[in-house]
Design a protein around this ligand. Structure first.
Ligand code: FFO
Ligand code: ATP
Length: 179
């Protein structure tokens, strides 16, 4: 197994254990996040899977400031994700995900709340390994890239690949990290 695959397995286990010990632990919304919100901005969020940290409190703050919420629409590992308006409701998607229906309106995100498998303090990120967010970051280079994870998902240092685009900020249950 490659180093990255081993690390993903270890971090997913840490994430699952964290959630077993602290079920439904809410994330505090940092002032820096609220200050970035403007009416009409599109905030791409996600529906948490398994033990992922839940971005619901950030979504609610964005909604309260008049932002629009979008969610990733996934076809398979090979196909780039698209962000679709959340208002259309949710249907079952691949990988056990809940997502907007395929005919929901497409949106260009201003802020991308990004689920993480792992991260370091420099903003490097480890995801599911399908390149979905790598490609989304390349397609939307002006979006504000905010990673969301449990603190146990931090590692000392990840070696970025040539295609990696670093995060601007990372939110955990303990801190708001701005590399
Ligand atoms: N909640 C959530 N939504 C998301 C992602 C994510 O990581 N989390 N994505 C991030 O790119 C995209 C979906 N991409 C995915 C790509 C691969 C797998 C995957 O291989 N899942 C494994 C199980 C992983 C686990 O145990 O946690 C599988 O189904 O075998 C999942 C999602 C967009 N939406
Ligand atoms: N901009 C891009 N265009 C096309 N393919 C890309 C791009 N960026 C990354 N990829 C491909 O996607 C895969 C990403 O694998 P990697 O292990 O880096 O994923 P990751 O760090 O877990 O991130 P992600 O959350 O995006 O899956 C690689 O095979 C890479 O070649």
């Amino acid at each position: 197994m490659s180093d990255k695959r081993l690390l993903r397995a270890r971090l997913r286990a840490a994430r699952a254990e964290m959630v077993e010990r602290h079920p439904a632990r809410p994330l505090d919304v940092p002032d820096a996040f609220i200050l970035a919100l403007r009416p009409g901005l599109v905030v791409a969020s996600y529906v948490p899977l398994g033990g992922e940290a839940d971005p619901a409190s950030l979504e609610a703050a964005a909604w309260a400031q008049g932002c629009e919420i979008a969610l990733p629409f996934v076809v398979d590992r090979a196909t780039p994700i698209r962000f679709l308006a959340a208002e259309a409701g949710l249907v079952d998607g691949p990988f056990g995900l809940r997502q907007p229906p395929a005919d929901a309106a497409a949106r260009i995100p201003d802020i991308i709340l990004t689920p993480l498998v792992g991260f370091d303090r420099r903003g490097n990120r480890l995801g599911q390994g399908a390149g979905h967010y790598d490609r989304a970051f390349a397609e939307h280079p002006h979006a504000w890239r905010v990673g969301i994870a449990w603190s146990v998902q931090e590692v000392p240092a990840l070696t970025p690949d040539p295609w990696d685009v670093p995060l601007h900020a990372i939110l955990t249950e303990c801190e708001w990290i701005t590399p």
